[in-house]
Write a protein that binds this ligand. Structure first.
Ligand code: OGA
Ligand code: MN
Length: 232
């Protein structure tokens, strides 16, 4: 769903990053781009407060795995909701507007068409909640091209765990989910996991999408069958 235009958040939305050529190269070759101070303190704090309130009100639901959304808490134990589900609210609209600017910045930097996006708010409640290794682009379905995550944890300590562990060209790289930190990567290129979190861990994740679903595997036989309009 398209949210209505921004109503009452102050006009001072922090600009989305301008990606350098080196960063575009890094994204293209399966790397991570990390920026600090993404949303700005004001919006990040408002979003964090909103997220806590939504979670307390039961608006975030246990998140599942794969196409069927199967619940397997040992493998994935966050509670989540999409902005589209949560509907209009000045803070969430501002967050939506910010991710839309990020989407435009990615289009301008990479020349990849990204007409659609979605944003999910997530809380790992602590107690060892994790998300096992996965990639964000599921075969044949979501057509997610870029993942962008902003972390909303002002006092994160190493002993809280909850790191993002991403495999960049086969090598693990770990990032703490610290305050207003942005990480961007290609959804299908970077396997990643959330290591067990021992304190509540909040984040907003956006998936920038292409125009239409593409076959996950460029299997020439699948492409030929689709072109002939045959069942798979
Ligand atoms: C996800 C995910 C990582 C994180 O929601 O798909 O991998 O660091 N999140 O929150
Ligand atoms: Mn993921």
């Amino acid at each position: 769903m398209i949210l209505p235009p921004l109503r009452s958040w102050p006009a001072t939305l922090v600009p989305a990053p301008v990606f350098t050529d080196a960063e575009v190269q890094e994204l293209g070759s399966g790397g991570l781009v990390v920026r600090e101070g993404a949303l700005g303190d004001e919006l990040a704090a408002a979003l964090r407060a909103r997220l806590e309130a939504l979670d307390a009100a039961g608006a975030l639901l246990p998140a599942g795995l794969g196409h069927d959304g199967r619940l397997v808490p040992a493998l994935r134990a966050d509670r989540a909701a999409t902005l589209e589900e949560l509907g209009a609210d000045p803070v969430l609209e501002a967050v939506w507007a910010w991710f839309d600017r990020l989407r435009q910045a990615l289009v301008e930097a990479t020349w990849v068409g990204l007409p659609r996006f979605s944003v999910q708010l997530a809380c790992y409640p602590g107690g060892g909640a994790r998300y096992a290794r996965h990639v964000d682009a599921l075969p044949g379905d979501t057509n997610r091209l870029f993942t962008a995550i902003v972390y909303l944890n002002p006092a994160w300590q190493p002993e809280h765990g909850g790191r993002l562990r991403a495999w960049v060209r086969g090598q693990p790289r770990e990032l703490d989910p610290t305050w207003d930190r942005l990480v961007v990567f290609r959804s299908e290129a970077v396997p990643h996991e959330v290591l067990p979190a021992w304190a509540p861990r909040y984040a907003a994740a956006a998936w920038m999408r292409g125009a239409e679903a593409v076959p996950a595997l460029a299997d020439p036989e699948v492409v030929r069958r689709r072109a002939r309009g045959e069942e798979e």
